[in-house]
Design a binder for this molecule. Structure first.
Ligand code: HEM
Length: 474
C-alpha cells in the first residue's frame, strides 16, 4: 500500500506511451492470460512496440506500473540501479532461499563478492574434463536416436547440463549415478512447482497455494534435496582437493570445496551453503540445456555453417581426442555460431526488477514503487545490430568492428551489477558439448518449425526438432 500511495504521489514524472489495450481497473492484465506459448507471442509484440517507441513504454497490471525497456542505454541504467528482483522470483525462495538469483540487498552483495572468484577462468578450466566426460555420455545417448528421423533433443540436453552442473558443484559423490538421478527428479519437480505458481495468479497468495497442498509438496521436495546436499557436505567437510585433471593438469575444485574452504573462515552459514549450491546447479541446468538445444537446431538449419564448423573442429581437435584448454581459444568460428544462436533465441528473454526509488532514464523517470522489465530479446534486435538483426549470421562475431559498441546490446548473459556469474562456465561447457556432437553427427533441423513458450525461460514446445546421421569419419 505504501508503494501504491507513492505511485500516486509521483505524478510529477510523466509516463511513457502505454502499450495498446489498456482497460479500466485491470489495465493490461487481460493480455497476459492464456498458455505460455501465447504469452511468448504477446511478449514479442510488447517488445516490438517498445522498440518502435524509443525503447520505453509501460504496461499496467492491476495497480502496478511496469516500465518495458528495450533501449540499451536505459536498460543498463535500470539494471545497475534496480538491484532487487520482482516479487515473482520469491516463489523460488522455499528452495533457493537468499541464494544469488533470488537474494537481495546486503546479503546478495556480500555473497556475490565472495562467489564471483569461484566462476573465474582458472577454476572453469578445471572442469574441462567433466564437460568432456558428460559430452561422451551425451553422445552415447544420442546414438539411440541416430538415423531414426526427427526427435526431441531437449531431454538429452537437460541430462548433459544437469550431469555437468551436479558434478562441478559436488565433485564425485557416493553412489554418484543414483544420487544424481534422485536430485534431478526432485529439481525437475521443484521447477515445475515454481512455474505453476508463476503462471496461475490465484496461486500467488499463500492461502490457496497451501490449501491445494503445494506448500506441503514444496517442503517434502526441498527436504529431500537438502538432505542429499547435507550428506554430501558432511562427507566433504574434511576435503582434500580432488585430483588434478589428468587431461588439463589444472586442479579440479568443485564449488562445494571452494565454499567449504571459505566456510572455515565463517563466511557462510550451513543453510547459505546449501542455497548457493542449489542456485549454481539450477542456474546452469535450464539455461545450458535450452542453449544447447537452440544451437543444435540452428546448426541443423544452416548446413553451410555446420560444414564450416565441422572443418574447424577437425582441424583443431582431430577425429577423436578430447578438448583441452588450448583448443578452446582456437574454436573461433564455433564460438561465433554459439554466440549467434543464443543471441537470436535468447534463453532468458526478459528480466524483471523492482523500482525502489525514482530512476532517471534518458527521456523518463521511473516512479518509485513501480516495476521494470528489461527485454533482453528486444536488445538483441536493436537497430545497432544492423538491418539484419533478425537474421542468423555467425560471421558478425568474427569482426568486432561490426558489433554494436554499446555493452547492453549483447544481453544473453544480462549486464550490469547482477549480470550472469556463469558466462565463462556456460561458454566453455557449450563449446565442448557442441564440438563433440558436430564431430560425430550431421544434424538436420528447421528452426522455422520450432515453437516457443515463456516459462519464464524460453523453452521449445515439445516436438521433434532435430534428426541425426552418423558422420563417416575417415
Ligand atoms: C547459456 C547459459 C546461461 C544464460 C543464458 C544465463 C543467463 C543469465 C541471466 C540473463 C541472468 C540475469 C537474471 C536476472 O537478472 O534475473 C543470470 C544470472 C545468473 N546466472 Fe546465468 N546464465 C547461464 C548460465 C549460467 C551458469 C552456467 C551459471 C552457474 C554455473 C549461472 C549462474 C548465474 C547466477 C548465480 C546468476 C545471478 C547473478 C546475480 O544476481 O548476482 N548462469 N544468468
Amino acid at each position: 500500500m505504501y508503494w501504491r500511495a507513492r505511485l500516486l504521489e509521483s505524478e510529477a514524472h510523466p509516463l511513457p506511451p502505454p502499450y495498446p489495450g489498456l482497460l479500466p481497473i485491470i489495465g493490461h492484465t487481460h493480455l497476459l492470460l492464456g498458455d505460455t506459448s501465447k504469452l511468448w507471442l504477446t511478449v514479442k509484440k510488447i517488445s516490438d512496440y517498445s522498440m518502435q517507441h524509443d525503447g520505453v513504454i509501460y504496461l499496467k497490471l492491476g495497480f502496478d506500473i511496469y516500465y518495458i525497456i528495450s533501449d540499451p542505454e536505459d536498460a543498463l541504467v535500470a539494471a545497475n540501479t534496480c538491484i532487487n528482483k520482482h516479487f515473482l522470483y520469491s516463489f523460488a525462495k522455499f528452495w533457493l532461499g537468499e541464494g544469488l538469483i533470488t537474494g537481495s540487498g546486503d546479503h546478495w552483495h556480500r555473497h556475490r563478492q565472495t562467489l564471483k572468484s569461484y566462476f573465474s577462468l582458472p577454476i572453469i578450466n578445471g572442469y574441462i574434463e567433466v564437460f568432456n566426460s558428460q559430452s561422451k555420455i551425451l553422445l552415447s545417448s544420442l546414438e539411440h536416436s541416430t538415423g531414426k528421423g526427427n526427435f526431441y533433443s531437449t531431454q538429452y540436453a537437460k541430462t548433459y547440463s544437469l550431469g555437468s552442473s551436479y558434478s562441478t558443484a559436488f565433485g564425485k559423490t557416493a553412489n554418484h549415478e543414483k544420487t544424481f538421478r534422485q536430485y534431478m527428479k526432485a529439481t525437475d519437480e521443484m521447477l515445475s512447482l515454481v512455474l505453476k505458481r508463476f503462471q496461475k495468479f490465484w496461486l500467488h497468495g499463500d492461502y490457496i497455494y497451501t490449501l491445494l497442498g503445494y506448500k506441503k509438496q514444496e517442503s517434502e521436495l526441498v527436504k529431500f534435496n537438502d538432505g542429499i546436499t547435507d550428506e554430501i557436505i558432511e562427507t566433504k567437510s574434511s576435503f582434500s582437493n580432488e585430483s588434478n585433471s589428468k587431461l588439463t593438469h589444472v586442479p579440479y575444485q568443485p564449488l562445494i570445496h571452494l565454499i567449504l574452504e571459505r566456510h572455515t573462515k565463517n563466511a557462510f552459514t550451513d543453510k547459505e551453503i546449501t542455497e548457493e549450491l542449489h542456485t549454481a546447479i539450477v542456474a546452469a541446468y535450464e539455461t545450458i540445456a535450452i542453449s544447447l538445444q537452440t544451437i543444435l537446431v540452428m546448426i541443423g538449419s544452416f548446413p553451410k555453417v555446420q560444414e564450416r564448423m565441422y572443418e574447424e573442429i577437425i582441424q583443431v581437435l582431430g577425429t577423436d581426442r578430447d578438448v583441452v584448454k588450448e583448443d578452446l581459444r582456437q574454436l573461433i568460428y564455433t564460438e561465433a555460431v554459439i554466440k549467434e544462436s543464443i543471441r537470436v533465441v535468447t534463453s532468458v528473454p526478459v528480466i524483471a526488477r523492482s523500482v525502489d526509488k525514482d530512476v532517471k532514464l534518458k527521456n523518463y523517470t521511473m516512479r518509485a514503487g513501480s516495476q521494470c522489465v528489461i527485454v533482453l530479446h528486444g536488445l538483441h534486435r536493436h537497430s545497432s545490430w544492423g538491418p539484419d538483426a533478425d537474421q542468423f549470421k555467425p560471421e558478425r562475431w568474427l569482426d568486432p568492428a561490426t558489433l554494436p559498441a554499446y555493452v547492453a546490446t549483447d544481453a544473453t548473459f544480462s549486464f550490469g551489477k547482477r549480470s550472469c556469474l556463469g558466462k565463462t562456465y556456460a561458454m566453455t561447457s557449450l563449446k565442448i558439448a557442441v564440438a563433440h556432437i558436430v564431430r560425430k553427427f550431421i544434424i538436420t533441423a528447421d528452426y522455422n518449425k520450432v515453437q516457443y513458450q515463456l516459462e519464464p525461460t524460453l523453452k521449445s514446445v515439445s516436438g521433434h526438432d532435430i534428426s541425426l546421421e552418423r558422420r563417416n569419419l575417415n
